[in-house]
Design a protein around this ligand. Structure first.
Ligand code: A3P
Length: 273
């Protein structure tokens, strides 16, 4: 397949399934759904509401690029198509596969405190289990081994060791191509983040500050809608996090600290975690 052909657009005014110009690659629980919904307010952005999982799933990937395209939304030539699959960040095949499709693509990575991210990931897994009527386990029990060490076999812990995944991305992409977004800032200042992303994508500032309303009950910003009041993300986004046992917290902090340091060096930025 000649990807370059598929990418060149001479059919400007026809709605077509276009390949993405930007992918929100993760991370899982970083605030990816919220960012996607906010960016969808821009008239020159078309988002894929579903997670396509093309690059991280062999059963999808081996169906080829035409399968990917078909699973992306219709858009016009003056629109940027954005897909988000937070699993891409954690999959070691995705960077090379994305690079081979489009080496100049723009990527967005939402980052979050690894302990909070792990908790959020854990709560999501437990939610899934309880919906299947399976028993659930507390965070504390899951993140420590019997001997009291941090359980590095637990997926939510593994997925919070960011540098291990980031390495693969930096083998293929320039750091300038990857916009790192602080997930915490997205929860506090969604408008500010939206403006930064507009600039990163080379778009005019068209997302309005008035579109964001803070919902006190939800505790998060929601999107204003003239007819229906405002729309918040569903209850699976913005779950209440139980407090973590102090000792466990201290162990996790110590565990992640050196890994965070490497990650900060990789991305040339520091966060307060
Ligand atoms: P929690 O449920 O742990 O609070 P993702 O969409 O990548 O799975 O990320 C989910 C996280 O998005 C939520 O994690 C929440 O903290 C964050 N988030 C950021 N802005 C939000 C918003 N406006 N509404 C709901 N959740 C938001």
């Amino acid at each position: 397949v000649n990807y370059k052909d598929i990418l060149s657009d001479n059919d400007y005014n026809t709605p077509k399934h276009r390949l993405p110009h930007c992918i929100i690659i993760g991370m899982r629980k970083g605030g990816t759904r919220a960012l996607l919904q906010f960016l969808n307010l821009h008239p020159n952005i078309q988002v894929s509401s579903k997670e396509v999982h093309y690059f991280d799933r062999n059963d999808h990937f081996f169906q080829g690029i035409s399968w990917y395209r078909k699973n992306l939304p219709l858009s016009y030539g003056d629109q940027i198509t954005i897909e988000k699959t937070p699993g891409y960040f954690h999959s070691d095949k995705s960077p090379e596969r994305i690079f081979r499709m489009n080496s100049t693509i723009k990527l967005i990575l939402l980052v979050r405190d690894p302990i909070e991210r792990a908790m959020s990931d854990h709560l999501q897994l437990m939610d899934k289990r309880s919906r299947m009527n399976l028993e659930t386990t507390s965070f504390e029990e899951k993140v420590l081994k019997d001997n009291g060490d941090v359980n590095d076999n637990y997926k939510p812990i593994q997925r919070s060791v960011y540098y291990q995944f980031m390495r693969h991305w930096l083998r293929f992409f320039q750091l300038e191509q990857i916009m790192i977004v602080d997930g915490k800032n997205l929860t506090k200042n969604p408008f500010e983040v939206a403006q930064k992303v507009e600039a990163f994508l080379g778009l005019e500032h068209k997302i309005s500050k008035d579109s964001f309303v803070f919902d006190r009950t939800k505790g998060f910003f929601c999107i204003k809608n003239e007819t229906t009041g405002h729309k918040c993300l569903n209850r699976t986004k913005g779950r209440k996090h139980p407090e973590v046992d102090e000792e466990v917290l201290a162990k996790l902090k110590k565990y992640f600290e050196p890994y965070n340091k490497i990650f900060f060096e990789q991305i040339g930025q520091k966060f307060d975690w």
